[in-house]
Design a protein around this ligand. Sequence first.
Ligand SMILES: Nc1ncnc2c1ncn2[C@@H]1O[C@H](COP(=O)(O)OP(=O)(O)OP(=O)(O)O)[C@@H](O)[C@H]1O
Ligand SMILES: [Mg+2]
Length: 389
Amino acid sequence: MWDATGKSVFKDQRTLSFDYVPEKLMHRDAQMKKLIMLFRPILDSNLAQNAVLMGSVGTGKTATSKRFCMDLKEYGEKRQKAIDWTLVNCRQRNSESSVILQVVNHFQPNFPDRGFSIAEMLRILRKDLEKRKVHLVIVLDEADVLLRKAGSDIIYKLTRFGEEKVDGREFISLILISQKNVMEMLDAASASTFKRTNTIEFGRYTYEELKDIVAQRAGLAFHDGAIGEDAVDIVAEVASEWGDARFAIEVLEKAGMLADEEGAEELSVEHVRGAKAEAYSSVTESKLSPLDKHQKLTLLAIARSSKGKAFVTTRDVEAAYRVACEERGEKARAHTAFWGLMKDLDTLGVVSAKKSGPGISGKTTVIKLLDIPAKVLEQKITQMLNDEE
Ligand SMILES: Nc1ncnc2c1ncn2[C@@H]1O[C@H](COP(=O)(O)OP(=O)(O)OP(=O)(O)O)[C@@H](O)[C@H]1O
Ligand SMILES: [Mg+2]
């Protein structure tokens, strides 16, 4: 503890934190170029633009949007164009008024958090933008959560609001980020401002791409010689199962911490293995802890019936759910309520439930586990249910 030498493999551990944005995002040139192309009219003619960034977990959507906005702001400054940006996490802010409040707070940090209607807040925001002659890019991260909870009216309000020009200028551009297809969640009026061609896809990273991402981050975070190529490779390999860069970076940080705990001078492959086991459980923990008992039982049923299968059907799951309830002396919910539980899990992004699928006809719903291996999930949920009893 606190030993005097204070030796560490880390040179700068902050570069591994979740909100650190690297100078350059590896293998995201195509997405960056498309963003630049879409948003060029802000610079050239003060016209508002919109984009949707879509892709699965840890594919760099949030990081790319931040890097893009920072670069855009800087580029604007050089050309005497005031451009500013703000990112709202819609998982934390999932009502119209709390989203708009955060945007208002961008210019007025002390703005009171109650007592103003949405229309009033929009008027105030507009005054701020006019006064500063600034074009604001609003990034709605995890936008699907907001759209599901509050509908797409807010998109309409923000884009229309931006369209009322003053001196030929528009004031607000939007970037929507989501793992799911948010275009499907927009009403006709909002969808018309979001062209389909404005969707930018973020694919899962391949093993080779992850190697570059891990090597870049390792170079920033660790002392020279503290991490070898074989350790980089195995981190990338561990994460390539999902193509998830966040998981890779988490494993990297945990491996460094394990190396420090042992007082090792170099990160070994064993540290990476240990880190993987820890990272697995923390990722699942954050997704699963908000679930209530019957949601957990339903998920347990999905995990059990999914082992070794690409997908399962509602019928399989409902049977397994009844068994799971019986085991724990819980009264199983009736069919309709069970349906609701499955929908909840889909909404929370733990599973995907879609009407029919390849090789399946009619109205069957196909349920797939996302991101988490069935066996790991089953163990985790069982442990959580046991802890609750
Ligand atoms: N191409 C990349 N180059 C360097 N680092 C990256 C790259 N893509 C992602 N990262 C890093 O990986 C982590 C996860 O990325 P990010 O948060 O952008 O993912 P996301 O697509 O928003 O995921 P989620 O849907 O779960 O929010 C961040 O630390 C980010 O800096
Ligand atoms: Mg994100």
